[in-house]
Design a protein around this ligand. Structure first.
Ligand code: CTP
Length: 395
């Protein structure tokens, strides 16, 4: 990787300190870093720290005679293989989305012909503001890749989406973009979230799945270079960078969307598919009446994992299932592996605190080769390990 170079734009946010760690990781990997520090960025980290870690000079001014004499801003914008914006503040995103060019960072983003990766960082309300949503959609449509933001506690004391992705995750995304990733040219199908089974136009049967683990896996696969189709049940999570999302509600819709997405090299079924649905979805809202509550008759839903794993001409080479269990995890996972005909099962004990809807997971991988127990880790780490294992198995 020694010949690769990153142009790193450091915006003005508290997360700017993480750009220093990112610079260190990149340099350690032999990747060149040429930093642009915005005026606001310089309020949070010093040019000296950035320059020392980057082992290069820091560019800041659009109209600086020395900067322009040394390397004009157009040349600067094309001097790297990849432009990374970390932290990408709401202001920088807005400027880039609208083609403004009032300072060196914005001008560089407008003048570059290189791929751009942004790691947004801002207060949750700024992230959720309609203006930022619009800018994000515009930038995505323009081909800008994104990593993060994460959900968590913020420097401002609030909680939610807007925290910049960790330096290690940004580093991985950069590697994926520079190298093309081990899953380049592969198509992976991921199901995630719950399904909702209609009882009438206003009522559904559903479950508590958050969709987090499946979304993390889709994101990790994309970072390794795969083309990813994410078939998602009703969840409010943001679509991971570089992932094509198909939103569905019911298990039957999920199956149809999966079949439509085939062929795929691998399929990862993370969704908590409702096992049953009401035998009839009423066309009009059910009303309370003198006959008392309605009696529901349930019918079984199609098994998406088993259908994808069946020996058909379109069977993906690797089919991965999940097993959320409350007891005898290993025994149930082994039985599921055989019953569903998949290649491995990622099993977890959902009675452990913080797993359902939380950020961590403790899993074991059950395959014909045996059982592998992984240490408790963040869902993002578990996702990356699963993605890497898929890359290994497809190699
Ligand atoms: N699954 C699926 N379609 C279904 C049910 C489950 O694709 N209709 C997949 C899930 O995405 C998961 C795996 O099968 O990868 C295991 O799901 P789980 O609900 O634990 O399996 P069940 O067959 O429903 O077994 P159980 O009796 O434990 O509920």
């Amino acid at each position: 990787m020694s010949e690769k170079r990153v142009l790193l734009i450091v915006g003005g946010g508290i997360a700017a300190y993480k750009a220093l760690e990112l610079t260190r990781l990149l340099r350690k990997a032999g990747i060149g870093v040429r930093p642009i520090l915005t005026k606001a960025g310089a309020e949070f980290v010093t040019p000296l720290s950035l320059s020392a870690l980057a082992e290069d000079r820091v560019y800041s001014e659009l109209f600086s005679l020395t900067d322009e004499a040394e390397m004009g801003h157009i040349e600067l914008s094309r001097s790297a293989d990849l432009v990374v914006v970390a932290p990408a503040t709401a202001d920088l995103m807005a400027k880039a989305a609208n083609g403004l060019a009032g300072d060196l960072a914005a001008t560089t983003l407008l003048a570059t012909d290189k791929p751009v990766l942004m790691a947004p960082a801002m207060n949750v309300r700024m992230w959720e503001h309609a203006a930022t949503r619009r800018n994000l959609a515009t930038l995505k449509a323009d081909g800008v890749a994104f990593v993060g933001p994460d959900e968590g506690a913020m420097a401002c004391g609030e909680f939610g989406f807007g925290r910049m992705a960790e330096p290690a995750a940004i580093f991985e995304a950069i590697l994926g973009m520079l190298q093309g990733g081990p899953l380049k040219g592969r198509h992976v199908l991921v199901t995630a979230g719950p399904t909702a089974e209609a009882l009438d136009p206003v009522r559904v049967l559903t479950n508590r799945s958050s969709g987090k683990q499946g979304f993390e896996i889709a994101g990790a696969l994309a970072r390794l270079g795969a083309r990813v189709t994410l078939v998602a049940g009703p969840v409010g999570l943001p679509t991971p960078a570089g992932v094509t999302r198909v939103d569905i509600e019911s298990a039957r819709e999920m199956l149809a969307a999966c079949q439509q997405a085939l062929p795929a090299d691998a399929a990862v079924c993370v969704a908590a598919v409702a096992d049953w649905r009401p035998d009839e979805a009423f066309g009009i809202k059910l009303k309370k009446g003198k006959d008392g509550p309605p009696v529901l008759t349930l019918v079984e839903n199609p098994d998406i994992l088993a259908t994808l794993a069946a020996h058909t001409p379109t069977r993906p080479k690797i089919v991965v299932g999940f097993a959320a269990e409350t007891n005898d995890v290993e025994m149930h996972a082994k039985a599921k592996l055989t019953r569903k005909g998949c290649d491995w099962i990622v099993a977890n004990d959902v009675t452990q605190p913080g797993v359902m809807g939380g950020a961590d997971n403790t899993v074991m991988i059950v395959s014909k080769a045996g059982v592998e127990r992984w240490d408790r880790a963040g869902k993002d780490e578990v996702a990356m390990k699963i993605a890497q294992r898929i890359a290994q198995d497809l190699a």
